[in-house]
Design a protein around this ligand. Structure first.
Ligand code: NDP
Ligand code: GDR
Length: 361
């Protein structure tokens, strides 16, 4: 029997990698996508199958985590063996601007899915994966962070994800559901959203290299993260649902870099030099000619910051056989190469008289 998976957030970074991975495993993959005024399926267009094709294994449904009726209808129709709840307002900084919406989609959205499974009597059939996050550790209480480290959320996003974490544990304990939390540390890729710091850096530096942009404005350069590759991490999401008993796992590389170091390594990959001058908001990154290519803009500071995250993936190593395949340097290189290609395309368009628009956020 072909297994059926339902992915919320299929148009996002992880959704795209996971869909590709599950199709490769022979799954029938269903995805929930929100209605948007413009197409937003760039990341999954290569997987698209025309609805008129026979034996389709990739099927999209309109729905929204803030709308129970759509979730119940889709789950009833699909009868999935596995649900991966990846949908979220996933930007920490934006969550300070849209706290209520973030709670509605990230916290209550998770509850709506779990309730839909229960209402439809699928507790014993449908396995559930919740996209939990290292942001739960927030103001860290222990280094490195592991499954037993106390949580201390530092944003509306993290507080919403805290509810989602515990409601997943509660439904597991209360109703015997196979429900897991993957506590994933930051993971990136060439298809990472353009406003997360890694992609913002690789995209901007590639454009600076080609003369399409003058300067990259960043917030906290001292912030440290444990960055892995999204392609490696989605495999762990799947593995968590293939165990005998449900459990929660931290997925991380166990290595940490600062935002400043990320800039340095990305510059190196592009054959550009960067040297730092000044301190705090006055700090600047200069290229070999003394031109300012990186500057601090306090508008990217967060009201409460998560200064440092470093994961301990020992449990995942032991029980899931987790070994991160992509090194930090290889990740940065892959992102830089992809963004350079995109910048070259923009440059060509400009040379041929077409305008390209760059939204800086
Ligand atoms: P993205 O922001 O790339 O993708 C989020 C997805 O959720 C998009 O498909 C988006 O749709 C969808 N979405 C947002 N709001 C709703 C809603 N109300 N109803 C339905 N769909 C919605 O995130 P990632 O792929 O990077 O992350 C996947 C999940 O993992 C998220 O829950 C995130 O919080 C969590 N996470 C991510 C980590 C990371 O480093 N990437 C680390 C730890 C956890 P649209 O395309 O229409 O915007
Ligand atoms: P994060 O990722 O908040 O860890 O959440 P992000 O890349 O946004 O920030 C990482 C760190 O970099 C600092 N920073 C900047 N961040 C952004 N976005 N833009 C800037 O200009 C900038 N300058 C410095 C931030 O302050 C922060 O300290 C991501 C998301 O994918 C979440 O959904 C996920 O849960 C966590 O990772 C794990």
């Amino acid at each position: 029997m072909t297994k059926k998976a339902l992915i919320t957030g299929i148009t996002g970074q992880d959704g795209a990698y996971l869909a590709e991975f599950l199709l490769g495993k022979g799954y029938e993959v269903h995805g929930i996508k929100r209605r948007t005024s413009l197409f937003n399926t760039d990341r999954i267009d290569h997987l698209y199958q025309d609805p008129h094709e026979a034996d389709r294994r990739f099927i999209l449904h309109h729905g929204d985590l803030t709308d129970s009726s759509s979730l119940i209808r889709i789950i009833q129709q699909v009868q999935p063996d596995e649900i991966y709840n990846l949908a979220a307002q996933s930007h920490v900084a934006v969550s300070f601007e849209e706290p209520e919406y973030t709670a509605n989609s990230d916290a209550l959205g998770t509850l709506r899915l779990l309730e839909a499974i229960r209402i439809l009597g699928l507790e014993k059939k449908t396995r559930f994966y919740q996209a939990s996050t290292s942001e739960l550790f927030g103001k860290v209480q222990e280094v490195p962070q592991r499954e037993t480290t106390p949580f201390y959320p530092r944003s509306p996003y993290a507080a919403a994800k805290l509810y989602a974490y515990w409601i997943t544990v509660n439904y597991r304990e209360a109703y015997g559901m196979y429900a897991c939390n993957g506590i994933l540390f930051n993971h990136e890729s060439p298809i990472r959203g353009e406003t997360f710091v890694t992609r913002k850096i690789t995209r901007a530096l590639a454009r600076i290299k080609l003369g399409l942009q003058d300067c990259l404005y960043l917030g906290n350069l001292n912030s440290k993260r444990d960055w892995g590759h999204a392609r490696d991490y989605v495999e762990m999401q799947w593995l968590m649902l293939q165990q005998e008993a449900p459990d929660d796992f931290c997925i991380a590389t166990g290595v940490q870099y600062s935002v400043r170091q990320f800039v340095e390594i990305a510059c190196r990959e592009l054959g550009m030099a960067v040297r730092w001058e000044g301190e705090g908001v006055e700090e600047k990154g200069l290229d070999e000619t003394g031109r300012v290519i990186v500057a601090v803009d306090p508008r990217y500071f967060r009201p409460t910051e998560v200064e440092t995250l470093l994961g301990d993936p020992a449990k995942a190593k032991e029980k899931l056989g987790w070994v991160p395949r992509t090194s930090f340097e290889a990740l940065v290189k892959e992102m830089v190469v992809a963004d350079l290609r995109e910048a070259e395309r923009d440059q060509l368009c400009q040379q041929e008289g077409y305008t390209t628009f760059t939204y800086h956020e």
